[in-house]
Ligand binder design. Structure first.
Ligand code: HEM
Length: 560
């Protein structure tokens, strides 16, 4: 009898669940259908049951399995040259999405209307950041944090960072030197460690030396997947939430401990100096945050027994974790793609070396000291900056800017229609926009000179169509820092090393080392597609953006 009752209860629950699901699907698809009937431009092949999921899967089959979603989206974009804005329905993976790669529409979304960040943004980064943070917040919360942290990224503060960036790049160079002429290395691993050392210093004022020894936070971060590609099975791994919880716990633990320690140090400094305005440690993200915490306390309040409020400590930890994510893989993957584009364009390498010799002279060993003494020398390397900008045009590491639609806000299409945004996610596609053949001349070619020509030249970049850092009030706070860091890396390595991709050798080795199961699988499904646009190095996602297979390469030492 008891079993019978339990089965009945289960049956009723399943029935309610199924009806709820059907109702949800119906509501969602009706929204798309309404837009369709209004004549809004929509990707062909939509169905009431699967939306565009099967269409998307068909597009995805043309690419390597691990490629970023943005490249697949770009392929969809190519179908809409007349509107440059269209609807895609990938529910339940995402809300009804308005995709746009139109420069003017993108500007409206992120500047004029400055649409709010979509709740999906927090879902995507929650495993890493732990909770709401500057990237995901809206309204007054966001304003508070942005104005608090902006000064730490001002030109004057960035000059202060030059010295430790140079030191970190020196460690990077020593690591490459050790591996030079010795076999294949995975360059991405080295670049990630370098950028992690730098971002830890900027955010927490911590010298963690991840380039020379392991670090628990970095390992936990690397093991957490922010947003695996939509079509990857690992997204559905039932163990994933447990692993994410464990890594999140380790990250939160490390950050809160460090913040508490810093809080006590700053408190002591204020007590000793009785200067309640600013302490010497207020330059890092954590330092600035704690400084404002002290400053907001009533001046009469004694510092002696003051503790950090647990709620505030948590928010600081979320912000810190977000910064460590935002500043790491974005920069490291761009560094690797810079080397890749240089390897594919030898004339670019020659021009870079020529520029560095002109600015810093023939003795490569003095570059670090020169940069420390005069950080403004970076500005004399205009071609270097052009190479970095052009790499970011073709390989933008943040491949989608997602916002939430609002009532009464519509996005114009190129042919003059309007797409109502209410209830939709609005997704600006920087990659598709940055290679849009309607507005860019020779869009797929790597041409650093675009960034050096005058405005009447045909190669001159079209307005508002270059947005690797986003455009508008929510644009990347770290963009000048990362451009400085990347310039220092290129300047300090170009005349010491020649870096060549070694995918052929790597793939051959992988084929030889295949186990029985691997061979069987290859026999059945084949090797799969391994290149994009003829290049074996393409963008994949793991935590953030990374080059495929971590970029196997060989390092050659240059005499000089
Ligand atoms: C090549 C390197 C980088 C690229 C391409 C990049 C790109 C971007 C983009 C596109 C956004 C807007 C994201 C969105 O709308 O969802 C953004 C925001 C942000 N970035 Fe970066 N970023 C880079 C490096 C950095 C670094 C080094 C830091 C840290 C110092 C950083 C910190 C942030 C933060 C905190 C935000 C949120 C800003 C806000 O909403 O107010 N980024 N970045």
């Amino acid at each position: 009898m008891a079993i019978h009752n339990n089965l009945l209860a289960l049956g009723v629950l399943a029935f309610i669940g199924l009806n709820y699901l059907i109702l949800k699907i119906y509501r969602h698809r009706s929204h798309v259908n309404r837009l369709r009937k209004q004549g809004v431009c929509i990707t062909p092949g939509w169905s009431w049951v699967t939306g565009h999921l099967l269409v998307f899967a068909r597009y995805a089959r043309k690419f390597p399995r691990d490629i970023t979603m943005a490249i697949v989206m770009n392929e969809m974009c190519l179908e809409f040259p007349k509107t440059e804005t269209f609807i895609v329905d990938l529910w339940p993976f995402m809300n009804v999405a308005i995709m746009t790669y139109n420069a003017e529409a993108g500007l409206l979304v992120t500047s004029k209307y400055n649409l709010p960040k979509s709740p999906t943004t927090l879902d995507t980064v929650k495993a890493i950041a732990g909770g709401p943070n500057i990237l995901t917040m809206n309204g007054s919360d966001w304003k508070y944090w942005r104005s608090l942290l902006n000064p730490g990224f001002s030109a004057a503060s960035l000059v202060d960072h030059t010295s430790f960036i140079v030191d970190s790049v020196n460690v990077f160079c020593r690591a490459l030197e050790e591996k030079a002429e010795k076999g294949i290395i995975l360059l991405d691993d080295y670049a990630v460690k370098l950028t992690f050392d730098v971002i830890m210093k900027v955010v927490m004022d911590a010298d963690i030396n991840y380039q020379t020894s392991d670090h628990p936070f970095a390992l936990a971060l690397a093991n957490t997947e922010a947003a695996p590609s939509v079509f990857e099975a690992r997204k559905f791994n039932p163990l994933r939430p447990i692993r994410e919880w464990y890594n999140g716990y380790k990250m939160q633990n490390f950050v809160t401990k460090s913040v508490k320690k810093r809080f006590e140090e700053m408190k002591l400094e204020r007590l000793v100096s009785s200067n309640k305005k600013r302490t010497s440690q207020a330059k890092s993200v954590v330092g600035m945050t704690l400084d404002s915490y002290f400053n907001e306390m009533s001046s009469k309040q004694s510092l002696e027994g003051v503790e950090l409020a647990p709620g505030f400590l948590n928010v600081v930890a979320y912000q810190t974790r977000m910064f460590l994510l935002a500043g790491n893989d974005t920069t490291s993957s761009t560094i690797v793609f810079i080397y890749n584009t240089i390897a594919r364009n030898p004339e670019v390498a020659a021009q870079l070396r020529q520029e560095h010799e002109t600015v810093f002279g023939p003795d490569v060993s003095t570059i670090g000291a020169q940069l420390k003494a005069k950080p403004a020398l970076l500005n004399d390397c205009r071609y270097t900056l052009a190479v970095i900008k052009e790499t970011l045009r073709l390989y933008p590491p943040v491949a989608i800017n997602m916002r939430a639609g609002l009532p009464n806000v519509s996005i114009p299409t190129l042919d003059g229609d309007k797409v109502p945004t209410e209830g939709c996610s609005v997704m600006v596609q920087p990659y598709a926009m940055q290679i849009n053949p309607r507005i860019w001349v020779r869009p797929k070619e790597f041409l650093p000179e675009r960034w050096l020509v005058s405005s009447d030249h045909e190669l001159y970049p079209p307005p508002n169509a270059y947005r690797p850092f986003d455009i508008g009030p929510r644009a990347c706070i770290g963009q000048q820092l990362t451009l400085n860091e990347m310039r220092i890396v290129v300047i300090m390595t170009m005349r010491r090393f020649d870096i060549k991709p070694a995918y052929d050798e790597f793939d051959e080795l992988a084929r030889k080392n295949l186990g029985l199961l691997g061979k069987l699988k290859r026999g059945i499904v084949g090797e799969g597609i391994k290149t994009f646009d003829g290049d074996r190095a393409y963008q994949t996602v793991k935590t953030g953006t990374h080059p495929s297979d971590s970029y196997p390469c060989r390092i050659e030492l240059l005499k000089g």
